[in-house]
Write a protein that binds this ligand. Sequence first.
Ligand SMILES: [Zn+2]
Length: 173
Amino acid sequence: VSEELTVNADDLKTGPRALESRVLEALSDVKDPEIPALSILDLGMLNQVSCVEGLVKVSLTPTFLGCPALPIIQRNLEDRLLQVPGVREVAVEFVFDPPWTTERITSEGREKLREFGIAPPACALATQPTPTAVCPYCGSEDTRLENLFGPTACRSLFYCNHCHQPFEAMKPV
Ligand SMILES: [Zn+2]
């Protein structure tokens, strides 16, 4: 009995298959170690999932290349998926082309970023001479860049002139 199915990221939410939906639910438990509020689904990292007789293949597009989190994400993903009933083996593949952009973050992901206190990335297509960000606490645009190189390669440090709070912003790529 051979069971094969391949789903595209777009079809994931409506997939009728039980194993598939269990796998997807598990994927939403796998967080970005640097932003624990966001799952790899929120970040738009998932390209494709296929389940063939208990072997789950997951294709991901890595976020910021500067982030050292990939091996951690891979291990967390494997650990989590192996807990799913029916999953025997997990293969994770990272696809670098086309590259991930901050445009891939879902609207839910952007909302979670804001709640986490990180300003979602501004539109990457707009080439701005100075990076800008909207304050995640009060929504003010009256903010200034404190330090382009924040705590991680992916984030910058901003200061809100309105509510006087420092906050981080995800750099658009
Ligand atoms: Zn503010």
